[in-house]
Design a binder for this molecule. Structure first.
Ligand code: NDP
Length: 282
């Protein structure tokens, strides 16, 4: 039976460490504020935004909410971002994605000052990651590195296989594993003989977006399996991209869904907000 990698416990550990850092900054007169912008009322986005505000409250970061109507134009949103870029009291700016279809997501991401880009999606942040310079890192993959490190799983020299090449998970995940000296392979929908590739993995990260697709037949005995997927099944229960019941029998360690990668994403967003103080002063 695989060891469970407990994202709930590790994310709490990180948030408690951040709480102390935030208090230390407050003592120096620095109050960290995060602007959270939501356009429209997508129910999933409302839940995510609510969780981010709660996490801010927990660690002592001020959250400044912008709840904008669905009809908000791209120009209006860009104007708000411009004001927030210029406002020194704001350390981080987060626009909850997806934005309504009439707004170009790339324009929004690129408008955020890279020094306030706590989601790590700006091309400058992505570029910095790829050439090993300091900058904000996308929260979900950064959280996975913390899950591995804080569970005592070393990455150096390991065969790491990432299934998925999205800009927010797969690609930054691969770069981070490489930065930790893993030997990294990226798979995607055109990969031939997927199982042959995934069975080489000492560390397998599934970010494929298909409920329970990765069963034991994709996994080498003793591998560490990280499940990024989040889906709701017909009974409204959460499940991941990994078929947990079959994989836990052969993996050495595995993240559950819920309670694995999910809680780490918000913890790393909070971490980025705290890092924003150093990045501003760098
Ligand atoms: P995307 O849909 O953007 O990317 C999925 C990737 O999987 C693509 O690169 C795609 O390949 C690849 N893929 C699809 N089907 C196959 C297949 N049959 N074989 C091999 N590769 C395949 O998803 P995201 O990266 O945004 O998210 C992945 C999952 O993680 C989702 O379930 C999402 O809900 C979840 N998620 C969870 C987060 C958390 O906090 N826990 C945060 C973000 C996402 P191609 O590029 O060729 O199309």
């Amino acid at each position: 039976m695989a060891e469970l990698i407990d994202g709930k416990r590790i994310s709490k550990e990180i948030k408690d460490e951040l709480k102390e850092k935030v208090a230390a900054y407050k003592a120096q007169g620095i109050e960290i504020a995060l602007a959270v912008i939501q356009v429209g009322q997508d129910p999933a986005s409302t839940v995510y935004v609510g969780n981010k505000k709660k996490a801010c409250e927990y660690i002592g970061i001020k959250s400044v909410a912008y709840e904008l109507p669905e009809e908000t134009t791209e120009e209006e949103l860009l104007e708000i971002i411009d004001q927030l870029n210029k406002d020194d009291s704001i350390y981080g700016i987060l626009v909850q994605l997806p934005v309504p279809k009439h707004i170009n997501e790339d324009h929004i991401i690129q408008a955020i000052d890279p020094k306030k880009d706590v989601d790590g999606f700006h091309p400058q942040s992505v570029g910095a990651l790829s050439i090993g310079q300091p900058g904000f890192v996308s929260c979900t993959p950064a959280g996975i590195i913390q899950l591995l490190k804080r569970s005592g799983i070393s990455i150096e020299g390991k065969e790491c296989v990432v299934i998925g090449r999205s800009n927010i998970v797969g690609k930054p995940m691969s770069l981070l594993l490489l930065r930790e000296n893993g030997t990294v392979t990226i798979c995607h929908s055109r990969t031939k003989n997927l199982k042959e590739v995934t069975k080489r993995a000492d560390i397998l990260v599934a970010a494929v977006g298909k409920p329970k697709m990765i069963d034991a037949s994709y996994v080498k005995e003793g591998a560490v399996v990280i499940d990024v997927g989040i889906h709701r099944n017909a009974e409204n229960k959460l499940c991941g991209d990994v078929d947990f019941d079959s994989v836990e029998k052969i993996a050495s360690a595995i993240t559950p869904v819920p309670g694995g990668v999910g809680p780490m994403t918000i913890a790393m967003l909070m971490n980025n907000c705290v890092e924003a103080v150093e990045i501003r002063n760098a």
